[in-house]
Design a protein. Structure first.
Length: 174
């Protein structure tokens, strides 16, 4: 893999995207203008969120001891690892932008792969602000049924992926 350097195809895609947005603005192409506005608003939201999130992740990495992570998320954690993953994911902000670096930190500090995968899955299905938003629009019954179905499926998927990758000797690279 070519780490640290941008490949020509990546540069070509970025240039093509920029040219498409410029063409859209110059010709009044509504679809391209909406894509540009969405891209700009999403980029701005990320720029606002990511520095704070990375500071919090760095504090987590510095302040939380390896032994604590191993006890709550490690090989001997059992069901407790999934409960802690659900609680941590429920309070997460920023979605997967923040979840992946935090998951990497958890794994580096001794969390088992299944707990890391469960945490990432829980971030996608059970963050408290989104769950409350969903309940206000879709109803509490819908939200509770969705959580009752999705949480066990996340656990099942994380166990399967963790076991398969562990049997293959998978290691997250630094």
């Amino acid at each position: 893999m070519n780490r640290g350097r941008t490949q020509p195809t990546q540069i070509a895609l970025i240039v093509t995207f920029g040219l498409f947005l410029a063409y859209s603005w110059l010709t009044g192409l509504d679809t391209g203008q909406r894509i540009g506005r969405t891209f700009a608003s999403t980029s701005l939201a990320m720029v606002k969120l990511l520095p704070c999130a990375f500071i919090l992740i760095a504090l987590f990495d510095t302040w939380i001891k390896r032994e604590t992570v191993e006890r709550h998320f490690g090989e001997g954690s059992g069901v407790r690892g999934y409960v802690w993953g659900l609680l941590l994911a429920g309070t997460s902000v920023g979605g997967l932008y923040v979840a992946f670096p935090l998951a990497h930190s958890l794994h580096r500090k001794g969390a088992k792969l299944t707990a890391v995968f469960a945490y990432i899955g829980f971030v996608g299905v059970s963050r408290i602000p989104w769950t409350m938003f969903e309940a206000s629009f879709m109803g509490l019954t819908f939200t509770l049924v969705r959580l009752a179905v999705s949480i066990p499926l996340v656990i099942l998927a994380s166990v399967v992926m963790g076991r398969v990758l562990s049997k293959r000797g998978y290691q997250i690279q630094e």
